[in-house]
Design a protein around this ligand. Sequence first.
Ligand code: NDP
Length: 259
Amino acid sequence: MSTQNTPDSRARIAIVTGGSRGIGRNTVLSLARRGVDSIFTYRSNRAEAEHVVAAAAEAGRRAVALPLDTGDSASFDRFVGEVRQALTSLDAQRFDYLVNNAGTSLHNAFAETTEDELDTLYRIHFKGVFFLTQKLLPLIADGGRIVNISSGLTRVSMPGVTAYASMKGAIEVLTRVLAKELGPRGIGVNTVAPGAIATDFSGGMVRDNPEVNKRVAEMTALGRAGEPDDVGPMIAALLSDDNRWVNAQRIEVSGGMMV
Ligand code: NDP
């Protein structure tokens, strides 16, 4: 089994949050096809996570599923302990790639958005990414790479997403500053900003609501809504050594949505 552009023969290892479904799941499996093992997280859906472990095994790679609520930073020390054990089970002490992907949506008008809703999004989409990355820093190999998942909604403005889009905007700033701070360790940090992708996200709106799906297709240069398989392989490719000089960038993966 080939490994991802590795200078040595050791298989690379990724940590992907929210790897049980949607874009995260596809990322784990795309990495597996490139010879990368994964430790990935799920919040509640253990059965889906087990399917991903089995699918990675079919691709000839190992995957370990760990439960994590990325909105609960108090649990991160425990999680890091579990990551250490998972690394041992993968015959490694460090991992190479971190994909901060887990997330939930919120559609509410600015005037109606509550403090609780804003705090929840802050905890999952910003504070969680900030402190999870911080806690995992000692375990990321020098020369590793980080991808933070943002959204096309930081570039195009739509009503009803002030809280969500603002948190994603904060992640883009974090990405650039982090790239500066981690550069001395050879660690690259980039943002991937998907357009509208047909997943369970937002109650499966892009996938299951024919009107929304059609509207997205009309706004998109390539004429359809995105699928997880339009994004996961791109993230896996971005993490490879072929893209090692791409750093501190925001890359939109949308088929040309609203250009
Ligand atoms: P899905 O709803 O399909 O999957 C979300 C994943 O995140 C699941 O694995 C879920 O775990 C996990 N998750 C959700 N909340 C938490 C939490 N609090 N703690 C830990 N894990 C959590 O979403 P997508 O794949 O579509 O979205 C992935 C990322 O892409 C998100 O950050 C989203 O904001 C972003 N994005 C999505 C777009 C889209 O149109 N789909 C567009 C632009 C950006 P479990 O299965 O256990 O619930």
